[in-house]
Design a protein around this ligand. Structure first.
Ligand SMILES: C[S@@+](CC[C@H](N)C(=O)[O-])C[C@H]1O[C@@H](n2cnc3c(N)ncnc32)[C@H](O)[C@@H]1O
Length: 238
């Protein structure tokens, strides 16, 4: 690890106050029971600050690569990916308990063995993972924090992109979607300014159309019904 990464790993440099919701409407007893019981087996302890030397240890022995989704919401995307990519180990990060309960229901219904859950803010956790350990990273419809004074709450920031760059393997992919024109511009500019990522789009349909291996999320569906246009961005770590 070179000097830049060591500096960026300093936790003090992170805007680590999570400003989103951790709870929504009261959970049905069956969903509360999933959080109470099933989460324990799949949980990555966010209070444990130790470095995870080998993230493959979190998963079954057959795991060939690791993908990560930050802010999985109701878990539609990560559970689809886990079902369709059984040799991939998935780390899902989401602090919203109602969303975690929905994912746990999917895990139970589909009998998925390849998902682990960090039920918390992903940002401090990034520093616990080794360089070049992740093959794919997804952030689908991150909270746009539209007001100018809230820009520093956005998950796309220079220091977070440095972490993504460090974690991704060379050739690994970062996928991000948004339906917010202001945040879209922010994402495009931050990634353009980052020397380590190449935008994979060659023609407009590459960002207008969701690829076949990218299922629709609850948030995207809502955006479409409310007349907003989702944009799908794919970047490669060079
Ligand atoms: C607008 S929702 C989108 C949810 C989902 N990706 C979808 O497309 O339906 C953004 C999600 O990101 C989660 N989130 C926000 N900041 C986060 C962070 N720092 N770490 C992990 N998740 C985060 C929120 O709790 C919320 O569920």
């Amino acid at each position: 690890m070179n000097k830049i990464w060591l500096e960026e790993l300093s936790l003090e440099k992170y805007p680590v106050i999570f400003r989103g919701r951790r709870r929504g409407r009261k959970l049905r007893p069956s969903m509360a029971s999933l959080l109470e019981n099933d989460l324990q087996d799949l949980k990555i302890d966010s209070s444990d600050k130790t470095y995870i030397k080998n993230p493959f240890d979190l998963f079954p022995q057959t795991t060939a690569s690791i993908w990560m989704e930050i802010g999985f919401g109701g878990g539609e995307h990560i559970s689809w990916q886990a079902e369709n990519n059984p040799t991939v180990g998935f780390i899902g990060c989401e602090p919203f308990l109602n969303g975690i309960a929905s994912l746990l229901r999917d895990v139970q219904n589909k009998q998925l063995a390849n998902i682990r859950i960090l039920a918390d803010d992903a940002r401090p956790f990034l520093t616990r993972l080794p360089d070049n350990s992740i093959d794919r990273l997804f952030i689908l419809f991150p909270d746009p924090w539209r007001k100018k004074r809230h820009e520093n709450r956005r998950i796309i920031q220079k220091n977070i992109l440095d972490q993504f760059y460090r974690l991704l393997k060379t050739g690994g992919e970062f996928r991000v979607a948004t339906d917010d024109p202001v945040y879209l511009r922010w994402i495009l500019l931050h990634l353009k300014d980052h020397p380590g990522f190449e935008w994979l789009a060659r023609r407009p349909n590459d960002w207008r159309l969701r690829p076949a291996d990218w299922p629709q999320t609850r948030y995207e569906k809502k955006a479409l019904t409310q007349g907003r246009t989702p944009i799908f961005l794919r970047y490669q770590k060079m």
